[in-house]
Design a protein around this ligand. Sequence first.
Ligand code: ZN
Length: 198
Amino acid sequence: MSSSPLLNELIESLRCLPGVGMKTAQRMAFQLLERDRSGARRLAEKLAAAMERIGNCSRCRTFSDTPVCVVCASAVRDAQTLCIVETPADQVAIEQATGFRGRYFVLLGRLSPLDGLGPQELGLDLLAARLAEGEVRELIIATNATVEGEATAHLLAQIARQSGVRATRLAHGVPLGGELEFVDRGTLAHAFGGRQNL
Ligand SMILES: [Zn+2]
């Protein structure tokens, strides 16, 4: 505890950042006050503006400053392929690593009944309505390779089937540069089962 109640409140507030405990929060607060007050002011302004103005795209649910995000609004993106991801971070990862030029739909989670996450929370009614528009030809299901991600993929494949849309799933396999003896058994079994013709 410091002698300034405001400083204590700042330290407490910093603890909402992921991976930041009491000690780190203290160090951050002292650093900002001692050495970088202008940086701290900028951070405070950007945080306030971001919390005020960033919402979710009405088409794909990703974070957006405008009602419809730039990817959904772009005329050059292919409207026939729709890639389904769990989070905006997953969307960024695919955007940076692949040459994908289609559009996205962001679930903002995965099926997890225990956490209260069902089809409604994942926006699956919005997705079904999107597919009913008839423009999408392929649904690329890029949910994580976890138990919940697989259950979500299964449900998404059902929705695609009901809409007459082709559903594809990201391949899971041995990492590039990986040696078989160090790959975990689940991944190796999956890769073995999904082997391809040469
Ligand atoms: Zn969008």
